[in-house]
Design a protein around this ligand. Sequence first.
Ligand code: TXA
Ligand code: MG
Length: 346
Amino acid sequence: APSHHRTERLDQDHDGIRRAARLLRQGGLIAFGTETVYGLGGLATSQRTVERIFQAKGRPSFNPLISHFASAEAAFAEANMTIPLRDMAHALARKFWPGPLTLILPRHAESRISQAVTAGLETIAVRVPKGRAVEELLRLTGEPIAAPSANRSGRVSPSTARHVLDELEGRIDAVLDTGPCTVGLESTVLDLTGPHPILRRPGGVTLEELHDICGSTIVVEQGAADGSTPRPNAPGQLSSHYAPSLPVRLDATHIQPGEAFLTFGTQQTEGPQPDLTLNLSPDGNVEEAARRLFASLRQLDQAANRQGLTGIAVAPLPEAGLGRALKDRLRRAAAPRPADQTSPPA
Ligand code: TXA
Ligand code: MG
């Protein structure tokens, strides 16, 4: 059963990181910040622990997890790569690790990563995250750490320790408070198991940056681009995701009654003015907008209760660079949802 006791809050000093590593080694569930979002970590080698991760999140067990490593060497030891794949994986790792890139690779037959992490697939998702504290945590733990984003399944990913506690207090053993995340959107997921690299999820590393290393042959998965129906070989790419409790409407230039306005740069609405406007980046800086997106969606949800809001209208956003990931998250937030996701969190 998930741990129904107090969740420890740990500082990101040496003692806090040591304690977090110790709890992880003992099979605990520990949330920690990475450069992208907070992860809900546990030993990737322990089926028991990985099952607890799925329980704590309320995540369907067919949706596989990313394993996190202290080094590319440790990550690649879990994979079975032929020469051309090996060259590309190493080139990507040299350029982007530690950093917001996840690689899907063929799983090594003798990999110690639990089948519960990979949902029984023949592939594994690996990444080396960036950040002083998380890098030290992974080094001290000395084992691969499976970590989905530290939110309840289907909800908005957390970019602060407070966000984690709001949803997982009492369900995890500790949260290592590493401050607000510097990127604010999840890692880019690049699948290298087929004849061409496939972008499964746009994220902190942009498609333009990937082109520099992979050439122009990257296939952009349809679901990843427009939030539509998932492909069978990408079980995690559920359409409705990153969802605040308020309904989200995209590319809005007019406000409907009760809607808050989430905007960017100098964009304004025509006609009646909204009661509440949040600007993701008044300067029109897409990195700043990415960093603030998830906190802004949570802020709007909280304001909804106070101000009787009925929805979020989102201004048109740029497509280039990090804009691709930003728009992907907003499309998923706007996608049709199962009834149980539309009610406000308890
Ligand atoms: O930035 C991130 O990636 C954060 C931090 C904590 O590292 N983690 C994260 O994990 O976003 P999660 O579980 O929320 O998203 C992992 C994504 C899911 O869409 C999942 O389906 C996909 O990666 N994935 C994992 N293993 C896969 C595999 N073997 N094949 C295809 N997709 C996979
Ligand atoms: Mg997630």
